[in-house]
Design a protein around this ligand. Structure first.
Ligand SMILES: [Zn+2]
Length: 178
């Protein structure tokens, strides 16, 4: 995956929450409820995505074991934001323009007029930024939920600065497909 660009990731059927956060942090994260491992790995091969899973069996599949598909094993027992931090660190992912958390589509800035039919009147008055998803057409604006996401985005944006100050971890090279 390109250095400092959006990662192309395929999350397994257990990692829906992780996929939504990776999208909020600007990464192209595929997730589909109930997808089976074979289908997931084949999709990752076709779309050149890195597979994330905490299911050890998945990594024994030929495409991954042979290195044709990159994979990152997610340790079990992590809470959701710990999973996000693990992935951001291991893959050294930057924080980029957020994508749609629902469908992984790109968010396009929109004017107040353009979204007036889709935003509650009260929010329409005080919100200053609006975005529409180019995929599912959902509208996002800088409301309470958005502010929580922004706080997490700021935290992860500083992640690699603190990493740079610390000595490099031993044997912790992230898997990459270069
Ligand atoms: Zn969407």
């Amino acid at each position: 995956m390109p250095e400092n660009g959006p990662a192309r990731i395929a999350c397994d059927a257990m990692c829906g929450g992780l996929a939504r956060w990776l999208r909020a942090l600007g990464h192209d994260a595929f997730y589909r409820e109930g997808i089976d491992d074979a289908e997931l790995v084949e999709l990752a091969r076709r779309e050149e995505r890195l597979v994330i899973s905490s299911d050890g069996k998945l990594f024994e599949r030929k495409l991954i074991a042979s290195g044709q598909v990159a994979g990152l094993m997610l340790p079990r027992g992590l809470r959701l934001l710990e999973q996000v931090e693990y992935v951001m660190r291991r893959l050294r992912l930057p924080v980029l323009q957020a994508r749609c958390t629902q469908c992984n589509g790109r968010l396009v800035p929109a004017t107040r007029e353009e979204v007036s039919a889709d935003v509650p009147a009260r929010s329409l008055v005080w919100a200053r930024e609006f975005y529409r998803c180019s995929g599912c057409r959902q509208v996002f604006w800088d409301g309470t939920h958005w502010r929580r996401i922004q706080a997490v985005r700021r935290r992860f944006a500083q992640l690699h600065e603190s990493d740079a100050a610390a000595p490099p971890p031993k044997g912790e090279e992230p898997e990459r497909d270069e």
